[in-house]
Design a binder for this molecule. Structure first.
Ligand SMILES: [Zn+2]
Length: 183
């Protein structure tokens, strides 16, 4: 009885460092398909509860957003929600920015289906314009780059993972959209 409550997770954990073959699934991002490589994490041998030590979290979250904005495949609901939260906008306000009612906008965020192309591009443009990510924002003044970017969106399928690799020696995250889904 109550086996799960009787153990102390901290005394039962096994430590790992995630690898490309066995990445850490970072559900704390609010995204189902973000995997991290090169982070220390702990798994309780009894209840399988996990915790990870994620360095430079803000940098990671910003890089994930940048990858979402720049990737070729269509956006899905949870990615739209991620971008909106990065912009710190309530859904009602964000809906108004992209010309939707709050109700209809909510159905988009909870949907796993790819967005329509026009709406997808608008959302990513809004993110570029309003984000505090200088790199994304400054590109707006480069006409050629923006035109190429707009034409590249929606050009590939939707089964991909976002993989963040911690480059400890340089203290940076490299975040990429990878076509093959991780295990
Ligand atoms: Zn436990």
């Amino acid at each position: 009885m109550n086996t799960f409550q009787e153990h102390d997770c901290e005394e039962s954990v096994v430590e790992y460092v995630s690898t490309p073959e066995k990445p850490y699934r970072y559900t704390g991002s609010g995204l189902g398909n973000v995997y991290l490589v090169g982070v220390k994490y702990w798994v309780c041998a009894f209840c399988k509860k996990q915790a990870a030590d994620i360095p430079s979290l803000n940098l990671l979250l910003r890089s994930i957003a940048r990858t979402i904005v720049e990737k070729n495949s269509p956006l899905v609901g949870e990615q739209v929600r991620y971008l909106r939260k990065r912009l710190e906008r309530p859904s009602k306000e964000f809906a108004a920015l992209i010309g939707m009612t709050a109700e209809r906008y909510c159905t988009i965020e909870s949907s796993g289906n790819p967005l329509y192309e026009g709406r997808d591009k608008l959302i990513r443009l809004v993110y570029r314009a309003l984000s505090r990510d200088k790199k994304l924002k400054e590109a707006l003044s480069n006409e050629q780059q923006i035109e190429m970017w707009l034409l590249s969106l929606h050009s590939r399928g939707n089964s991909e993972s976002i993989v963040g690799t911690w480059l400890g020696n340089r203290k940076i995250w490299r975040v990429e959209a990878a076509l093959a889904a991780c295990a």
